[in-house]
Write a protein that binds this ligand. Structure first.
Ligand code: UD1
Length: 310
């Protein structure tokens, strides 16, 4: 049994991770200010303690870290909206970068005996680099405060680890989808928007010709990756792409969805989104070398997502 901190544990990815940790018999402490997460995502279990709190509160975070002496720390709390980061760059920076560095600094100053700290970054760091698939050593091109903060924090996490002997890793998420992804959120990824359109039998808007592709990775594969990189291996001081290693177009997604729901979605076509990238998918060789194997193809994943809502 381990003692684990999950910041952002009430969110989509965080709460799915918490479920897995509980299944593994761990004691889990969640810090989440519910700015994006939902209290209802948190499983009620004697093994879970939830603090509705911002990670930017240094006094609170320091007290917690010193009191609990965590084995593992998953840094998921973030303002996950790129648009929000453009509208409020300084504020989102406090959360997406500064608060995480404070956690590292507390670990360093107090020589906390952590087994692994994992930071969650994003494929957004690759920006408009057209190279495909994206390898971890591909050129990065962070274009927004969100992407800049994610990339800079990755570097802090990895280099703090190297400099001060703290076992750290970072991941770059591609397009994660699955149960608990809030389709009502304006920040929702395209698959949750299609799911919402299907659920309400409303129209779905495709920006562009629908031939754009993304590396859609099902939440359970993401959780597999997170656990592998923490408890499942001794790997440290590296950054890993987390994707399915496949590319699927929006038109393909719609076809799959129509087979699942057994009716035709109402599609509206609009002009391509400004700044949209055409194709994106991950080279996951590094993660595979540790034993990672994505188990959910787009059909299986979408079916599970759909069933979770119906
Ligand atoms: C995601 C982020 C984006 C970030 C980018 C960087 C979200 C919601 N989006 O974008 O902010 O800059 O990663 O890696 O977190 N689409 C439609 N109809 C819709 C919604 C989307 O056709 O209603 C299209 C988009 O134009 C895009 C594709 O679907 O071509 C995927 O969109 P999205 O889910 O937003 O993901 P990313 O474009 O990868």
């Amino acid at each position: 049994m381990s003692k684990v901190l999950v910041t952002g544990g009430a969110g989509f990815i965080g709460s799915n991770l918490v479920d897995q940790l509980i299944q593994d018999g761990d004691e889990v402490i969640i810090v989440d200010d519910l700015s994006m997460g939902l209290a209802s995502n948190i499983p009620s279990s004697p093994k879970v303690t939830f603090y509705e709190h911002s990670i930017t509160d240094h006094v609170f975070m320091k007290d917690l870290l010193l009191k609990e002496q965590f084995d593992y720390i998953y840094l998921l709390a973030a303002i996950a909206s790129v648009a929000d980061s453009v509208a409020r760059p300084y504020e989102t920076h406090q959360i997406n970068q500064e608060a995480n560095i404070f956690i590292l600094e507390t670990i360093r100053q107090h020589k906390l005996p952590i087994k692994k700290v994992l930071f969650t970054s994003s494929a957004a760091v690759y920006g408009n680099n057209p190279e495909l698939p994206k390898r971890e050593d591909s050129t990065i091109d962070p274009l927004t405060p969100y992407a800049i903060d994610k990339f800079a924090t990755e570097r802090f996490v990895i280099d703090y680890g190297k400099l001060y002997n703290i076992p750290t890793v970072a991941v770059r998420f591609f397009n994660v989808y699955g149960p608990r992804q809030n389709p009502k959120s304006p920040y929702s990824g395209v698959l949750s928007l299609i799911t919402q359109a299907a659920k309400h039998q409303s129209a779905f808007t495709i920006f562009g010709d629908g031939e754009q592709t993304r590396d859609f990775v099902f939440i359970k594969d993401v959780i597999q990756a997170l656990c592998l990189l923490t408890k499942g291996s001794n790997i440290v001081h590296q950054v890993f792409n987390v994707g399915a290693g496949k590319h699927t177009s929006l038109n393909q997604v719609i076809q799959v969805y129509e087979q699942i729901i057994n009716w035709e979605l109402q599609i509206i076509h609009k002009a391509e989104r400004v700044g949209d990238i055409k194709h994106s998918y991950a080279d996951i060789t590094q993660l595979r070398s540790l034993g990672y194997q994505p188990h959910y193809d787009i059909t299986t994943g979408l079916k599970l997502y759909w069933e979770s809502l119906t």
